[in-house]
Design a protein around this ligand. Structure first.
Ligand code: BG6
Length: 457
């Protein structure tokens, strides 16, 4: 039982991306995104329908309202509102989001907009190789500013890039829309810098034109050393510095990490950073820091070859943590890691934090009886207790807590078997069935948590 409840006006909610929810990829004047190319051999794609949110959102928003949530983070699909990414805007696409926002506000649910969640307009991927090009940075800023001009008065909470630190990890050029050529270490630095530059321009514009709030967003996984061996501890710290703090420093302090800048200079990595870019970044303010948290990770230095760069350590040195349970997909369950991420980040940066994705993927099938997802209830209960301790014992300022995929959606790999929801969606990977929404046991549990503002935990 928690002794103290959550702060007044705490935001309880849901978090999704457009391609994992909307479907309707050929409707409303939407242009193609890279997701239209992710197809099975028979030509089908789970993303064509996803959970059909494009047509069913009023029903889903009623489920949110009945649950009592007061915040919904969703993504504007760039290629729906701007089919080529750098051409004309699509009034029908804009109307879709405008209606969605009005429907949310009518139910007292604060919208939170995310501008990019890995689905580069295909035109920009094919012509310019996505965010490896400055043309695409400019196109993104143009799109972001347009969305701010249209929605900046109604929507109080904004983020630009989903999990911006992932672009620094090997394999990340794909989510940046770089579809041609091999990936080099310099690519990761160039793309990461382009994203920060775009984020800074949008944050500065939003602050100039509106009173809305914007923050950077990371996938924050607590990293543990596999042992007390000093090199394991050094590697865990370096990962945190290169993958997380480098960006947090930029978001909050307006400059990249000293250690990372030195690494770039020493290794002569050609990042193409211009003095005017750094000036733009230095002007940036973050009203909050948003992050996703699902699990923690463990690094063993002995598995990592000599001279490996810190952002590549996990490619070789990731290890299971013997102290933590895992789900079927090997994702560890670590609420203490959640508290530690919250407290250490707030201690260092003193900016309100906003965990906007949390949850556990479980395999579930509906057989006509309510799904008893006790494991999910336990997961959220433990993470909320950790959050409550961070707030009330450690003094961390937290804006809210958003659950990932509160209504079931396909996983990032396009797998409907891995579900995060408190509401079941009746479809499989290959069969749309009736797409019916059916609350699980956790839905009713979460409703009590929200209505008591955490006191029922
Ligand atoms: C986050 C992504 O990293 O994790 C989501 O923002 C994703 O798109 C979520 O769905 C959960 O991961 P997965 O692979 O289990 O769907």
């Amino acid at each position: 039982m928690v002794k103290k409840v959550f702060p007044k006006n705490f935001l309880w909610g849901n978090s999704t991306s457009s391609m994992q929810t909307e479907g309707a990829v050929k409707e409303g004047g939407k242009g193609k995104s890279v997701y239209d190319t992710y197809r099975a051999k028979d030509g089908t794609s789970i993303w064509d329908t996803a959970i059909d949110e494009y047509h069913r959102y009023p029903e889903d928003l009623d489920l949110f309202a009945n649950l009592g949530i007061n915040c919904y983070r969703f993504q504007i699909s760039w290629s729906r509102v701007n089919p080529l990414g750098d051409g004309d805007f699509n009034p029908e696409g804009i109307k879709f989001y405008s209606d969605l926002i009005d429907n949310l506000l009518a139910r007292n649910i604060e919208p939170m907009i995310c501008l990019y969640h890995f689905d580069m307009p295909l035109n920009l991927a094919q012509k310019y190789n996505g965010f490896s090009s400055r043309h695409v940075v400019d196109a993104f800023v143009r799109y972001g500013k347009k969305m701010i001009d249209i929605f900046g008065k109604k929507v109080k909470y904004w983020i630009t890039f989903n999990e911006q630190n992932l672009y620094f990890m090997p394999g990340a050029t794909k989510i940046a829309g770089k579809i041609k050529g091999k990936e080099t270490m310099a690519d990761l630095y160039i793309i990461s810098h382009h994203l920060m530059l775009a984020h800074a321009q949008i944050a500065n514009y939003l602050h100039e034109k509106t009173s809305a709030k914007i923050g950077g967003m990371l996938a924050y996984s607590e990293v543990y050393p596999a042992s007390s061996m000093p090199k394991d501890i050094l590697y865990a710290r370096q990962i945190d510095e290169f993958l997380n703090k480098n960006l947090l420093d930029a978001f909050v302090l307006g400059h990249y990490s000293n250690e990372v800048v030195n690494f770039v200079q020493k290794n002569n990595i050609q990042t193409g950073v211009l003095p005017s870019d750094l000036a733009e970044i230095s002007k940036m303010k973050s009203d909050f820091i948003a992050f996703s948290y699902y699990q923690s990770s463990t690094i063993s230095s002995t598995l990592v070859p000599e001279k490996t760069a810190p952002n590549y350590y996990f490619k070789f040195g990731g290890k299971e943590n013997p102290f933590l349970p895992v789900n079927e997909w090997g994702w560890s369950i670590d609420p203490d890691g959640f508290r530690d991420v919250l407290t250490k980040t707030y201690n260092q940066y003193h900016v309100p934090l906003f965990p906007i994705e949390n949850g556990i993927g479980l395999r579930e099938t509906y057989y006509g009886k309510e799904i008893q997802d006790n494991q999910r209830i336990e997961y959220h209960k433990e993470h909320l207790r950790a959050l409550e301790k961070a707030i009330n014992n450690d003094g961390v300022k937290v804006l809210g807590y958003l659950v990932w995929g509160l209504i079931d959606i396909p996983s990032s790999a396009g797998d409907m078997a891995k579900r995060y929801g408190m509401v079941y969606v009746n479809r499989t990977n290959t069969d749309l069935l009736d797409l019916k929404r059916i609350p699980k046991k956790s839905y009713w549990w979460f409703k009590k948590v929200i209505s008591s503002n955490g006191a029922s935990l």
